[in-house]
Design a protein around this ligand. Sequence first.
Ligand code: FES
Length: 153
Amino acid sequence: MARDVVEQVMQDFAGEPQDLIPVLQRIQDVDGYLAADTISRIARWIKMSENEIYGVATFYAQFRFSRPGRHHIKACLGTACHVQGGEQMLDVLQRRLDIKPGDTSEDGEYDLDRVACLGCCALAPVVTIDEKTYGQMSVLKLQRLLDERENRN
Ligand code: FES
């Protein structure tokens, strides 16, 4: 039987404090997030408290602590999107999905992230769902888009 990813990664590192970030990256690359149980195991192995590990990991936006949803939504809050109402788009998404950035909706359908720039500032404000980019969004357009997706399911 194949060993789990945490065990495999532990074999490849010495368990020194400086290994923490690459270890977490490797695990997240495979699992898609860092489960609470994973953090506990790493804490025992690397001899740091779970709080210390969360303290370090939450500093880096790349780490997730909940299982990714089936669909990934990104709300851009880069400068161009911010001045064009990106914050309102994020508010709509948070209220509709009942989650905060970095979390996954209860039904596992969506996860939500806020990002710094999606590289298409001329389309601000921008929201992406999976690979699709939705530009020049408004509260109404975003509500309609979410309604359409909801009605398809
Ligand atoms: S700031 Fe949003 S796409 Fe660049």
